[in-house]
Every structure is written in C-alpha cells, then in structure tokens.
Design a binder for this molecule. Structure first.
Ligand code: ADP
Ligand code: ADP
Ligand code: MG
Length: 505
C-alpha cells in the first residue's frame, strides 16, 4: 500500500463514536465531515464536525446504512477517507469494497479480510489451520437438524447454536438437551435468515463458568502486527457487554504474552489491516478459546487507551494512510487499570425496556481518572431509532480497586433526567463482593443474583431518602416552634426554602 495523506474524513456514524472521531480529526488537523438523519438534526456530532450533510430519514436503512447515499455524499464532499465507527456499516465488506472501488480510503480492514472475519465459521476454519485454539463444535455449517443433533451428541450438551453472521449478542441460542436443540434449530434458522439474510448455523460446545477476554489488535499494511493487551468483558447481559476492564484480574504477564501472541497470529492469518479485536473465552482451568474477530474499532476501545496511553483512532488514521506502526511490541507498557460502564437508555428495573425521549438536564461526572464519551447534553433527545448506548463512563486508577472506587463516585454523580438508564445496576455492581474480588464470569448477573441486589439497594436508598425527608419536616417544625417562641416567626419563614433544599438533597 502506498502512502496517501488523508486530509478529510467522512464519519459514517452518529452518537458518541462520531464525536470521538471528530475529536481525533481536529487534533490531526483533518477536516471532519458528519452525516445525519432527520432524527439527528440537533445532534452534537453534527455541531462539532467541520461540515455536515443530511443523509435521509430516521430509519437506519434509509440513512446510516444507506451505502450508495453515503458514497455519493463522500464524493460530493470530496473526502479522502471514510471512518465507519462501530455498528452500522463498520463490518460490511460490501461497503468497504464500494469505498475501495470509489477510490475512497476505508478506515478499517480490506473487504477481503472482512469477508472472512464476518463469517464466524469461515474464520474459525482459518484459525484452526493457524493453530489458534477454538471452541469445540461443528466443522462447518450444519444444514439440518439431524446433523446438528449428531454433532451435539458427540460434543456433549449443553451446546450453542450460532449464526455464522451473528453479532451484537444476537443469533445465539442455548440447547440443554436434544429436545431443546430440535425446538431451537428451526427458530434459530428463521431468526438468522431474517436478521442476517442467511440461515447458516453452526454448533459450539457451551462452556460454563467462563470469562470473556479479548485482545486489542492493530496491523499495518507492511505486515506489522501488535496487540495492545487484553480487556475483560465478562460482565454481560444476554451475551452483550456491560462492563469492560483492563487488565483482566486473572491474566498474568506470562499469559498476556502467550495469548497476545496467538491473537497477533490470528490477525496475520486473515491478513488483517487496521484496528480489530480477537475475542476469546477462558475457562476455569485457564484455557483460552478463540471465538471471533471484530473487524472494527470496538465500543470499549477507550479502556485500552487509558492503560496504554495510545489514541486508537489516530493510530487507525495513520495506518489507513499507509504508515507503519510507530512502536514495537516490547515498547508497550500497561499503566494502572481502567474500566468502562456502558450507560444504556434502558430501564434495569423493567427488564431493560428501552427508555427514550428528551433529556432536559444532565450532570456529567468528572474528576481524577474519569473519562466520559457521550453525545448527551442538557436539552438533547435520545432517539428510539438507534443503539441504546448514550454514554461510556470510564475510570482509571493505579489498580483495580482505585479504578472501581472512582467509578463508583462517578456513577453517583452521573445524573440523566428524563430517561431511565443502567446506572443503578452499575452502582450495585461496584460494591458487590464478587466484583470487588474480581470474581467475574459471563453469567455473573445470574450467578450472584445481582438484579435482586440492585432492587434491594434501590429500596434501601428510597428508605433513606424518606427518613431524610421526615427528619427535614421534624427539623422544620422544631425551627418554627423555636422561632415562634422567640417571636421571630416572620424572619424564619423567609429562610425556609434554602433550608428545605439543603436537607432534602
Ligand atoms: P463491541 O464488542 O464493540 O462491544 P458489540 O457486539 O457490542 O461489539 O457491537 C457493537 C455495536 O455494533 C453495537 O452497537 C451493536 O448494536 C452493533 N452491532 C454489532 N453487530 C451487529 C450486527 N450484526 N447487526 C447490527 N448491529 C450490530
Ligand atoms: P457476538 O458476535 O454476538 O459478539 P460471540 O461469538 O462473540 O457473539 O459471543 C458473544 C458472547 O456469547 C460471549 O462473550 C459469551 O458470553 C457467549 N458465548 C459465545 N460462545 C460461547 C460458548 N461456546 N460457550 C459459552 N458462551 C459463549
Ligand atoms: Mg463477540
């Protein structure tokens, strides 16, 4: 790949990630071009970018997923490159290929590499050949339920049915026995066809008491590959990440080097380019199994930025320009510990029902070691059309415990009026004894009955608030009595409002 300096970038995304890319562009002196749907006219990424183009109606298919319209806009704006962010078109090899054909640099892997990583089964086959350990299961797509039952019988139940094209926790189904497998197979096929266009299911042994540990990767066009250490993302709900931490409490330096080297090999095996993530599951005995490569910038990339001091978006742009990675593996150091809570516009007290609408006011936390990536501002509106992620709250500390305590404080300070969010759940988790000890697993929420705990915490808090209110009333009547006794009732009355406010806070 030859060097070609990027001087303008169209950001084919919205929300916090679009803003994140705008910031990197500004630092580098690159012109940033935003796109927006009808729903995002007043969005902050539109305000902060140097230029912005209206792209279509609110529905993603007609705006942020509209490949032709986006390419057309990129050409009209005369940009050199497109940054896809995460979600939307970021892992779409057809879009990457369209960019390549239009002479626009796609800031990400080649369409060829994405074709492999986007097909979990194909990717797994490549990994097996490269001696990367994978989860036991079928050797390819299972066409019918009889074949699936046969493989499951041999692997041993429970098993997972996975869609080869799944993502974001979707397209995964658990079968505890053959009866359930037969039921789930048809539903999983239909679901996969509807969501990803193809039935393409495969079978994987369902591992229990596991941790999700992934390695951040970067690879340049000169064949240099590095890993930027691991992130542990075991705190999940329905196979979707909620909290990410680096370093993992269970990964020591030796393991980090060993698995990191495997991850770099995995990237080389698909001739990977730019930033990506190799995801692994780790069982209780310390074995690692590769599950997939995410061929994009990850939601949780700031966790890695906080512990390495690197800027991943700037690195992505450098690599897309044809530059070499400016450091060796041995140059990299991990400093302290960072964690991220994904603040979603969902009500954890009502089965995580979406909670959207105007946010009349908000208080974004700050302080030592705190970073917030968000598109929220007082007076903004959270749309129901897009992803539920409204903010990423990050805390850095010298070690896990310091990061955790800072995170707890920041969560206490974080106020978002008008919508419900996952903040109460994270406040509970930060003090939960197993979390404090770093005892994590992908079934953490169920294993330690964390949702029940959150409800108890909420009740306790409500009680405290109620008794504070009662105390305030008592104090007030006491004050009035005293004042009356002194014959200064009128003067006292004037002071009341501020007194009330103070006690009720
Ligand atoms: P990460 O590991 O970066 O957190 P996720 O799997 O949570 O990755 O997905 C990142 C974003 O991309 C999320 O906003 C998710 O909704 C979206 N996403 C991922 N895969 C798909 C897919 N196949 N179809 C639609 N959206 C997806
Ligand atoms: P997605 O593409 O949706 O991110 P992944 O294959 O990465 O799907 O898996 C997402 C999550 O599902 C993992 O982090 C883990 O919690 C769970 N999972 C996936 N494969 C297995 C498995 N074989 N056994 C147990 N849990 C699994
Ligand atoms: Mg995954």
């Amino acid at each position: 790949m030859k060097m070609s300096k990027i001087s303008s970038i169209l950001i084919a995304n919205r929300g916090e990630i679009a803003l994140r890319v705008v910031r990197a562009c500004k630092e580098l002196g690159i012109k940033s071009v935003a796109i927006y749907s009808d729903e995002d006219v007043r969005a902050v990424h539109v305000k902060r970018a140097d230029e912005a183009f209206h792209i279509g109606p609110a529905a993603p298919a007609e705006s942020y997923l509209n490949m032709n319209k986006i390419i057309e806009t990129a050409k009209a704006a005369g940009v050199d490159a497109i940054h896809p962010g995460y979600g939307f078109l970021s892992e779409n090899e057809n879009f990457a290929s369209l960019c390549e054909k239009s002479g626009i640099i796609f800031i990400g892997p080649t369409s060829k590499a994405m074709e492999i990583t986007g097909d979990k089964m194909k990717c797994k086959e490549v990994m097996k050949r490269a001696k990367v350990p994978t989860v036991p299961g079928s050797d390819g797509i299972v066409e019918d339920v009889e074949k699936a039952a046969d493989i499951a019988h041999r692997a041993g139940y429970p098993v997972l049915l996975k869609s080869a094209f799944g993502g974001g926790g979707r397209g995964i189904r658990l079968a505890k026995d053959e009866k359930q497998l037969r039921q789930e197979f048809e539903m999983a096929s239909a679901e996969s066809r509807a969501a990803f266009g193809k039935a393409a299911l495969f079978v994987e042994k369902y591992l229990v008491k596991i941790r999700h540990i992934e390695f951040q990767l970067i690879r340049d066009s000169h064949g240099n590959g590095r890993h930027l250490f691991e992130r542990e993302c075991s705190i999940q709900r329905r196979h979707q990440k909620l909290i990410e931490i680096s370093p993992s409490p269970v990964v020591d330096q030796k393991t980090r080097e060993r698995v990191g080297e495997i991850a770099v090999r995995a990237a080389a095996a698909v001739d990977y380019l730019n930033a990506g993530t190799a995801e692994f599951l780790r069982d209780d005995e310390g074995n690692f199994y590769f599950i997939e490569i995410n061929s994009r910038l990850q939601v949780e990339h700031p966790v890695t930025e906080l512990v390495t001091g690197l800027d991943l978006v700037k690195l992505q742009i450098a690599i897309a320009q044809g530059e070499e990675i400016p450091f060796n593996q041995q140059d990299l150091r991990m400093n302290g510990c960072a964690m991220e809570c994904r603040i979603n516009a969902e009500d954890p007290f009502y089965d995580f029902a979406p909670s959207v609408g105007p946010v009349p006011s908000c208080n974004i936390p700050y302080g030592p070691g705190i970073r917030v990536d968000t598109y929220l501002y007082p007076g903004c509106t959270v749309s129901g059309y897009y992803d539920s992620l409204v903010a990423k709250l990050l805390a850095w500390g010298r070690n896990f415990d310091e990061a955790r305590r800072r995170m707890k404080n920041a969560l206490d300070e974080f106020q978002i009026e008008g919508i419900n969010t996952t903040i109460p759940l994270y406040r509970t988790i930060m003090d939960e004894p197993n979390f404090v000890k770093g005892e994590l697993s992908t079934d953490y929420l169920e294993r330690y009955r964390v949702m029940d705990r959150m409800r108890e915490d909420a009740k306790e808090e409500a009680k405290k608030k109620a008794s504070a209110a009662v105390a305030a009333v008592l104090l007030q009547s006491e004050l009035v009595k005293k004042a009356k006794a002194k014959g200064a009732g009128a003067a006292m009355q004037q002071k009341q409002p501020s007194r009330w406010k103070h006690v009720l806070r």
